[in-house]
Design a protein around this ligand. Structure first.
Ligand code: ZN
Length: 78
């Protein structure tokens, strides 16, 4: 398993930092709110700011949000 503690997080802006290893890149918000580094639905690591934004909306990554778009938004119309 990947040992993230060996790597250093680099701050991108006030609210987001990233970590880059040989294999992967992860972004995470610097936030009071707890946000995991991977998607609870598909277990893929968040690699883009868009993934984190999607997580804040629906507790899932951008890809899962797109996959579930119809479900997420058809519910609200009813
Ligand atoms: Zn996902």
């Amino acid at each position: 398993m990947l040992d993230l503690s060996k790597h250093k997080w680099r701050q991108i802006d006030k609210s987001i930092e990233e970590l880059e290893t040989d294999e992967i890149r992860i972004v995470r918000p610097i936030d009071d709110e707890y946000i995991p580094i991977d998607c609870p639905v598909c277990q893929h690591l968040f690699a883009e700011i868009a993934d984190i934004e999607a997580y804040k909306r629906h507790k899932m990554c951008k890809t899962c949000e797109l996959d579930n778009w119809h479900k997420l938004y058809s519910n609200k119309e009813k």
